[in-house]
Design a protein around this ligand. Structure first.
Ligand code: FAD
Length: 390
């Protein structure tokens, strides 16, 4: 039986965002009195077959994760992105040279980011001055009785997927699911990502670290047709995919590890309340069309850790509830522009690129053409995707 636990900071949720927030808090303030509640198993081996979907991380996220040595060793860089709409005019092509970057983004598996962050946090834990450290990383079972915990600040990083969360606030059900998997093709250009807008939703084919011809698939469609595609035999599935994507990658040869995710937008208008603050998917759950959810969540975690470290390392000031409420309100204000832009842009893309209304079809063809022919617009959009709004 555990006695009452008293901490300055309680982080609830050991997904990528909660882990990153804990690691940055401790890196910036090693004496932090911090409790991390994690529902995942203690042993990394028990996560081995976990979520393998490919996630696009921006260069900005890589720079953030590098600060805590949490960049996964297995990743694929994107050097070019080709955006088009199936059966309609309009396309845009973006290269790393135009944007003067080493890469436009990086594809890593969710599992690998998760494991890299667990290892990074463990390494920080080992380095902490054991006699002064007040960091506890507690793995809990969802079935155990609630623990007796008091904390001056509660950080919610419970994340979750759309429709699987126990809260719904503002947002939109796009009536779509994403079918993800690994595909093998005949003839892929290395480091090239494809995003193709179909009548049912975006279809993305992204590089993977397994080699040039093994690619990550994210195929968004109605929940019914996505479920049917999940159930198809491999040959029928590959034929359907080939028909949707066309022949730019040669023949589609193999599919493995198909998984389905419900998609929608669910976000909190207020991300703080009293001494509580919400970050990552617990604050906003986005459609993956623009690959922004985790990137935004990592920026939440980083900026919150800066504020918390600064607040609690200042021993001269007692952190009363009202003082902390003011501090968190300041954090919420500082996140407003980035959140609003990222949520708005993602929602706009998710809606506009699936509409079949003729004026919208023409408009998005023109928009893609404009992107192609107006380099400053393209650069501004790419910068927002890579670094967020600062
Ligand atoms: C198909 C798909 C593709 C995506 N592609 C991209 C992409 O390309 N780029 C991108 O940036 N984002 C992408 N995302 C979004 C990205 O996956 C999420 O934004 C990211 O996982 C959020 O991380 P998180 O830590 O906030 O939440 P999660 O990843 O959901 O982790 C939350 C953790 O908290 C734990 N937990 C839950 N409740 C509790 C509790 N009460 N106590 C303790 N622990 C708890 C859970 O077990 C879990 O481990 C995609 C999402 C989907 C569905």
């Amino acid at each position: 039986m555990m006695g009452a636990l008293n901490y300055d900071i309680l982080i609830q949720g050991g997904g990528p965002v909660g882990l990153a927030c804990a690691a940055w808090c401790l890196q910036k303030y090693p004496e932090a009195q911090l409790l991390l509640l994690d529902r995942n198993p203690v042993d990394d081996a028990d996560l081995a077959s976990a979520d393998t979907r490919g996630i696009a991380l921006s260069h900005g996220s890589k720079l953030l994760l590098d600060t805590i040595d949490a960049w996964p060793s297995e990743c694929a860089d994107i050097h070019r992105v080709h955006v088009s709409q199936a059966g309609r005019f309009g396309r845009a092509f973006m290269t790393r040279e135009e944007l003067k970057q080493d890469a436009l983004g990086h594809i890593v598996r969710y599992r690998d980011i998760h494991l890299a962050l667990r290892q990074a946090l463990r390494a920080i834990q080992v380095e902490l001055n054991q006699s002064r450290s007040r960091f506890l990383w507690l793995h809990i079972d969802s079935n155990v009785e609630p623990l007796d915990i008091t904390a001056k600040c509660i950080v919610h990083a419970e994340g979750g997927l759309f429709k699987k969360q126990d809260w719904v606030e503002s947002g939109r059900d796009y009536d779509q699911s994403a079918l993800v998997g690994l595909i093998e093709v005949e003839n892929a250009a290395p480091h090239q990502a494809w995003e193709r807008f179909t009548a049912e939703g975006p279809l993305a084919v992204l590089p993977s670290h397994y080699g040039a011809n093994i690619l990550n698939l994210v195929w968004c469609g109605s929940p019914e047709s996505s479920q049917q595609r999940l159930n198809l035999g491999d040959a029928d599935f590959l034929a359907a995919l080939q028909q949707k994507f066309g022949s730019r990658l040669g023949r589609f040869l193999k599919i493995q590890d198909r998984r389905l995710y419900p998609l929608g937008l669910n976000y909190r208008k207020e991300i703080t309340h009293g001494n509580e603050v919400w970050i990552g998917n617990a604050a906003q759950t986005l459609h993956p069309v623009a690959g922004q959810g985790l990137n935004l969540g990592l920026r939440d975690a980083y900026l919150l850790s800066e504020i918390l470290a600064e607040t609690f390392s200042n021993a001269a000031v007692e952190q009363t509830p009202s003082r902390l409420e003011t501090t968190l309100a300041k954090y919420a204000k500082s996140r407003k522009a980035d959140r609003t832009t990222t949520i708005g842009l993602t929602d706009f893309m998710a809606r506009v690129f699936t509409s079949n209304l003729l004026p919208i079809v023409i408009g998005r063809g023109l928009a893609l053409s404009a992107l192609q022919w107006l380099p400053p617009v393209k650069t501004a959009l790419a910068r927002q995707m890579m670094f967020g709004r600062r």
